[in-house]
Design a protein around this ligand. Structure first.
Ligand code: F55
Length: 825
């Protein structure tokens, strides 16, 4: 019988009446549960499957739309995606919020009660991974034909437990139960080869290469839908999972290599077991190197397969595909595409290089020198011998060009080479990414300038046209509409809902900064959000905080350059002041909230957490200060936690050493939710200041040039310590074991590092930081002025929508336009 596709294609629509039926169907016939046996998790699952049906309808239609458009595709390659929970986000983006609520009313089910049952997807470390997630949301919302590629780690970022004040890492078993948002696409499985040798042969006098690998792993794709906001578009995030095929085992087994076969299988399948924690310094890990190639090889094959459906002329490739590299992690792609074009498709080298260079864009996310990836040549020799040859040849051609441009300058050849010779032979992945891309961008204005002038000046001189800036952004759907529904509602009531997809509309709120009634409602929403946060703090930490205290928040990865240390030293200073002067009458209640993970191997970061927790214990239990200060460290920072903390915050701490934070994106989330920033002149803080106005942000501290001058001069932190009584008092108190009575001396490494090096200029900025906080406190007393400033912050955040960022990538780098359905269809 011939299938009747017209009937099969008939679409389900989001109708209140049928939603309840779908839900019941899933609960009973898929979950096998009834009123007696259904748990809350079962109800969540049935709700999620119901929503998924509606997503799939739009997903299929989007694929048809894109295929018919023959548009150039955007391929976003990122080793990290910090998606967070998807259930609410999908409902909101589908625009199904109201229907879903009303449709389920007669069953007495409110979907919002079940959101905590979703296991959060946390396949990333921090800013870079969350940015990728915001970009996916924006690309779908802007009708851009984009696919995200990534790895399906079985274990995402570790769960952070606190044990006796120390961070303990626990595995994140996010796949323990069904992952409703993924679909296995076994038919698009691809092989990935590793190791072996390269044979040389000749055809018509031309030298050819044949890579004979020693083992093969399979890449199995799992697709996740990325729902655009209110536009019926559903894009795809394709995550690869590694598996060793039974066939391969069997072959080896029959040849008597049982042990090798089994160990290779285990090895192969460990490839996507776990996300690498962001140590930034530790690049010498062979497994991560293999992970990167696995990722790249799967993704490029998939991209090629899609391209070949459109054209067989590889010269068309850059017209049909653009590949954006999220940092250097996927930069082996450049060598991989060359290998495919030259060895497999037999294109001449120069033609292949022309195609490759036109197809890639590279985004840099950090200038910390220790974070620029370099892979030992021996890793390539062992696992990717043919890629090493290709990189050497690229280097040879490249250095030839450099030497023509700079005759007699050997030093520039050494600096720009793709190969670092000493102390160990390594491949500089950023250099490969730059020469192999049409575009190299930083993530804030100042960061892009630093890249050009300080980090890559030679490359900037050689290819000035490649360098550009794309200031980061955040999605207003998750970070305002979803995280702060009451504020979103108030905004919509006043200016309509266009702001959700055009954040510049928030400008219209400016006039309400002077409206008493608006300010009252704005304050009330903040207070409600604080109540919610206060409850969460009590549940998670046992600490009771006042709802109407000032919430001062620093949430981000723990790193010395982000200076959580300066924050906690300042809290100790405030505590001393209170104890010494007993000026309780004027003192408002303040909550200093911290959250963030330390990389497992980063000793200093772990000790900073320990210091925060020990200080918290002493201060929170000291009756002498009458609860004026509370210090809280909420364990296991994650996207869902940020969604509760940010809308409740008064003061956003963005206090990195100037020049170190490439952009920051938390800074944007806070300001969008009406927190005022205390920040250094670093990363996107500078652009936030330019947008909100100097009078609506609190900046302090040394700027980039001053930091540079200090670093180049002879900076003596010990002298600052001895001359500045505030600093001295705080450090002496820590050294007296006041915060470590039962563990004497544990904070010596922290004090020592500050006193002898202070690499991140904590002491140098301490006074300015303290004075800035004093100013904040004065201004907070004038509640009317404060709220006015908070409203103006919200109103002026339009620039920081990731929609703006993505529009810039699409127009300047990708040269791709939105794909819209034809009218009337
Ligand atoms: C770079 C190299 C390695 Cl090996 C690991 C991590 C990184 C890295 O840069 N991670 C990261 O999260 N960077 C952050 O990216 C954000 C998005 O662009 C920025 O806002 C933030 O400033 C930056 O630190």
């Amino acid at each position: 019988m011939k299938a009747n596709w017209d009937n099969i294609d008939a679409q389900i629509t989001m109708q209140k009446e049928s939603l309840a039926n779908f839900f019941v169907h899933y609960l009973k016939f898929f979950g096998g549960k009834d009123r007696y046996s259904a748990s809350e998790l079962d109800v969540y699952n049935a709700l999620a499957y119901t929503i998924r049906d509606h997503i799939i309808e739009k997903w299929l239609a989007t694929k048809v739309l894109y295929n018919k458009s023959h548009s150039k595709r955007i391929y976003y390659l990122s080793m990290e995606y910090l998606l967070g929970r998807l259930f609410s986000n999908n409902i909101i983006n589908l625009g199904a919020d109201k229907e879903f609520r009303e449709g389920l009313k007669k069953l007495g089910v409110d979907w919002e009660d079940y959101t905590p049952w979703e296991r959060e997807s946390a396949l990333g470390n921090g800013g870079l991974g969350r940015l990728a997630a915001c970009f996916l949301d924006s690309m779908a919302t802007l009708n851009l034909p984009a696919i995200g590629y990534g790895l399906r780690y079985e274990y995402g970022i570790f769960r952070q437990d606190i044990c006796q004040g120390y961070q303990v890492e626990e595995p994140d078993e996010w796949l323990k139960f069904d992952n409703i948002w993924e679909m296995k696409r076994i038919e698009h499985t691809v092989p990935v080869h590793f190791g072996g040798e390269v044979e040389t042969y000749h055809i018509d006098g031309v030298e050819k290469f044949n890579w004979c690998p020693s083992y093969t792993v399979l890449g199995i794709p799992y697709d996740m839908p990325v729902v655009g906001y209110g536009n019926n578009i559903v894009n795809t995030l394709r995550l690869w999972s590694a598996k060793v095929s039974e066939e391969f085992d069997l072959q080896d087994f029959n040849q008597g290599n049982y042990i090798d076969a089994v160990s290779e299988k285990v090895e192969g399948e460990t490839l996507t077991k776990v996300l690498y924690p962001d140590d930034r310094t530790e690049s010498g890990r062979e497994l991560r190197f293999r992970q990167q190639y696995f990722f790249v090889c799967c993704s490029i094959q998939d991209i090629m397969r899609k391209f070949l459906k459109e054209s067989s002329d590889f010269r068309d490739f850059p017209k049909k595909a653009v590949i954006q590299l999220n940092d250097t992690h996927p930069s082996i792609s450049i060598a991989e595409l060359m290998r495919i074009l030259v060895d497999e498709k037999h294109l001449p080298w120069d033609v292949a290089w022309d195609i490759t260079r036109k197809s890639f864009g590279y985004t840099n996310h950090t200038i910390l020198p220790e974070a620029l990836e370099k892979w030992p040549v021996e890793f390539f020799q062992r696992h990717l011998p043919r890629h090493l040859q290709i990189i050497y040849k690229l280097n040879q051609h490249f250095l030839q060009e450099v030497s023509v441009q700079n005759p007699g300058d050997n030093d520039i050849l050494r600096r720009m080479s793709l190969v670092e010779e000493y102390p160990q032979k390594k491949i500089r992945m950023a250099h490969l990414a730059i020469i192999g891309s049409t575009s190299v961008n930083g993530v804030s204005e100042i960061h892009s300038e630093i890249l050009k002038e300080q980090v890559m000046p030679d490359f900037y001189n050689s290819f000035p046209h490649k360098f550009n800036n794309k200031t980061n952004g955040i999605t207003p759907r998750r970070w305002l509409l979803q995280a702060n529904p009451s504020l979103a509602k108030l905004i919509t009531e006043k200016i309509g809902k266009e702001w959700i997809t055009d954040l510049s509309q928030l400008k219209k709120l400016e006039k309400y900064a002077d409206d008493k009634d608006f300010r009252k409602r704005f304050d009330k929403i903040k207070l409600e959000n604080k109540k919610k946060l206060a409850k969460l703090i009590e549940i998670e930490t046992g600490v009771v905080v006042e709802d109407d205290a000032i919430f001062d928040v620093q949430i981000k990865r723990i790193h010395e350059y982000k200076r959580q240390l300066m924050n906690i030293l300042h809290v100790i200073h405030l505590y001393c002041e209170l104890r010494d002067h007993k000026n309780f009458k004027d003192a408002p209640q303040r909550v200093f909230l911290f959250a963030g993970k330390a990389a497992p191997g980063y000793y200093m970061a772990k000790m900073i957490i320990k210091l925060i927790l020990n200080v918290a214990k002493v201060i929170n239990n000291d009756e002498l200060i009458k609860d004026k200060i509370k210090v809280v460290f909420i364990p296991n920072y994650k996207v869902s936690l940020a969604e509760t903390i940010i809308p409740a915050t008064d003061i956003s701490e963005q206090i990195s050493t100037a020049g170190k934070e490439a952009s920051g994106t938390g800074n944007m989330k806070f300001a969008l939710n009406g927190a005022l920033t205390i920040g250094t002149l670093d990363g996107a803080n500078i652009e936030i200041m330019n947008e909100v106005g100097k009078e609506n942000i609190f900046t302090f501290g040394l700027d980039i040039d001053e930091i540079k001058a200090k670093r180049e001069g002879n900076y003596e932190p010990y002298q600052l310590y001895s001359e500045n009584p505030n600093i001295k008092k705080v450090i002496d108190l820590i050294q007296s074991n006041f915060f470590s009575l039962h563990e004497p001396g544990i904070f010596e490494p922290i004090c020592n590092s500050l006193l002898t090096q202070d690499q991140y200029f904590v002491f140098a900025d301490f006074n300015a930081y303290m004075e800035c906080h004093e100013k904040i406190l004065q201004e907070y007393k004038n509640q009317k002025q404060w709220t006015k400033k908070a409203i103006l912050n919200v109103a002026r955040m339009g620039k920081f929508s990731s929609d703006r960022t993505i529009n810039e990538y699409a127009a300047d780098i990708w040269k791709v336009s939105p794909v819209k359905p034809k009218k009337g269809k």
